[in-house]
Design a protein around this ligand. Structure first.
Ligand SMILES: [Ca+2]
Length: 542
């Protein structure tokens, strides 16, 4: 009873009055001490005895209610301390980045840190984002759902209309937080790293509340298990990394003109990859010195493909193919299907990383989640197909859908009446080759493959044999060879089925005025507001 009175007194007269429940404070012991510790005594001197007793029992009840409420608030976090130990999970996300790493065979880059990560972990050669541009891709891999299913398919849409995720669909963070994980999108990194995380979210839906518990690296060690991201902006344009690569030595894809402008631009992209690798290396080394490396699963990937004219925003390999490296930590046994030091050619969609991350955390896959678990006891069958979709980007409306299997990529263009170079202010401003193409076309200096990019219309269907033609320049949709006809029929059917079964929301276009305003539905709103936010200071906002 004395103890209870102390508790009641303390709650009402002491720490409760100055209590400010710190959402970032995890773990029962510290918080419990804050509530149960000695506080200033409270006396009821001068009040009648009956009134005092009535007040005391009321206070007792109130105190118990407050304690019960605080305990309830802390239950998920407290349970993280007592359940079997689970690994931390750190996503390292590169912007607009294809597979231009030494370990993927690019000779001109110097990427020793990611190459080492791949050697220690697993490297995946067929990992694909579901969209070739930031916001739909990020909306997808943060929910484990195709962006086309959840209505997040148009780039920078739903920024001012209050649009929410469909019922039963949640952010990865929310599922993990419920399971006792601390979540962070790291912007504030240790000073020795010499850079800040971009902190990018870029979701095409409204998130109410605070999606992340923290943006500070310094919070990680005390808040395990954690799920954290570092978003790297080096490979996003403009490329500003130190010059290392010789433009004369880079290998230019055949669909771009071999011109000094192209070579210079490509070399800068590879320089950005080297800079990215250097920063990833710093973060990984700090993880070790902080004693976190052996408890943390590392997942490195790109948020969409290459920042080049035919890459980002288009559904060729160059727009969707991303690097994927996963390293398993020493303190946990590798799960089923995870084989350190190996290379896998399994088809993977970025939304599989969502389901897999939940699996690593010991969380059952939510009923609606379309991503597949790659490892562990919950591992699902490998995909036969990887799908991708491009819808409005900025002010530019296309509807492109694609599916690939282990050998072929099929593309269907629902807007073939528009040119590849359909005006796009962002591409024109940031991509020198975008401007170079029509200039050289006017001078008659493009090869037929390159000239396809300046044609007044696009092909309604494409079929590419990725083994024979990795640059996807030879369209086999009209081929009479039986194997090509069979692949075309099979992939057409697979795409039709996917559109129907996943309820592709892109079948209905946005109103013209919304598209023209780059997704804004209200005068004066800026759908790019988050994307152009400076990468320093403050917590990330949804
Ligand atoms: Ca991006």
């Amino acid at each position: 009873m004395v103890t209870m009175q102390k508790i009641v007194r303390h709650c009402l007269g002491g720490s409760l009055e100055k209590k400010s429940f710190n959402e970032n404070q995890v773990g029962a012991p510290a918080s419990s001490r804050a509530v149960l510790g000695e506080g200033p005594a409270r006396e009821d001197a001068g009040a009648p005895i009956g009134a005092t007793l009535r007040r005391r029992s009321w206070l007792r009840l109130l105190g118990m209610a407050i304690i019960a409420a605080l305990a309830l608030l802390q239950t998920p976090r407290a349970s993280a301390q007592t359940q079997p130990k689970r690994p931390n999970i750190l996503w390292l996300i590169a912007e607009d980045f294809g597979v231009e790493l030494g370990c993927y065979g690019t000779k001109e880059v110097r990427t020793p840190n990611l190459d080492k990560l791949a050697a220690e972990g697993m490297r995946f050669t067929r990992a694909y984002t579901t969209a070739p541009v930031c916001s739909p891709s990020r909306s997808a891999f943060m929910t484990g759902m195709y962006q086309t299913t959840i209505g997040a398919h148009n780039h920078r849409s739903h920024r001012d209309d209050g649009y929410k995720l469909p019922a039963g669909v949640r952010l990865l963070n929310d599922w993990l937080r419920d399971a006792g994980y601390f979540t962070a999108n790291l912007r504030q990194l240790p000073a020795e790293l010499g850079f800040k995380g971009a902190g990018k979210n870029d979701w095409n839906f409204t998130y109410e509340g605070q999606p992340w518990d923290s943006d500070r690296w310094d919070d990680l060690r005390a808040h395990q298990p954690f799920y954290a991201q570092i978003n790297f902006k080096e490979t996003h344009r403009p490329f500003v990394s130190p010059r290392r690569v010789d433009p004369n030595k880079v290998v230019i894809p055949p669909y771009y003109p071999d011109h000094p402008v192209t070579r210079e631009d490509w070399a800068k992209y590879l320089d950005a990859a080297t800079e990215l690798d250097e920063k990833v290396g710093r973060a990984l080394r700090r993880l070790e010195t902080d004693g976190l490396a052996d408890n943390t699963v590392i997942i490195f990937f790109g948020d969409n493909g290459q920042a080049h004219a035919r890459g980002k925003q288009f559904v060729y390999e160059s727009g969707l193919h991303v690097p994927l490296i996963i390293r398993w930590p020493k303190n946990f046994p590798a799960p089923k299907n995870f084989k350190p030091g190996t290379v896998s050619d399994q088809l993977i969609e970025s939304i599989d990383l969502t389901a897999t991350t939940l699996g690593i955390a010991g969380v059952a896959k939510p009923k609606l989640m379309q991503g597949r678990v790659l490892f562990g006891e919950r591992a699902e069958a490998p995909r036969q197909y990887a799908f991708g979709a491009r819808d409005r980007c900025d002010e530019t409306v296309f509807r492109l859908r694609t599916v690939r299997d282990k050998q072929y990529r099929y593309i269907r263009n629902f807007t073939p009446d528009r040119p590849f170079l359909q005006p796009n202010e962002y591409k024109q401003r940031q991509y020198p080759v975008w401007t170079l193409l029509p200039q050289l076309a006017g001078q008659g200096k493009l090869t037929p493959t390159q000239a396809a990019l300046v044609a007044p219309t696009m092909l309604p269907e494409e079929l590419h044999d990725l083994d024979a033609d990795p640059y996807e320049t030879d369209n086999l949709a009209g081929s009479t060879k039986p194997e090509h006809r069979a692949a075309l029929r099979r992939l057409r059917a697979a795409l039709n089925k996917w559109i129907k079964e996943t309820n592709d929301q892109g079948r209905t276009l946005e109103p013209h005025a919304v598209a023209a305003a780059k997704g804004a539905t209200k005068p004066g709103s800026n759908p790019n507001a988050e994307a152009i936010r400076p990468a320093s200071g403050g917590r990330p906002q949804p």
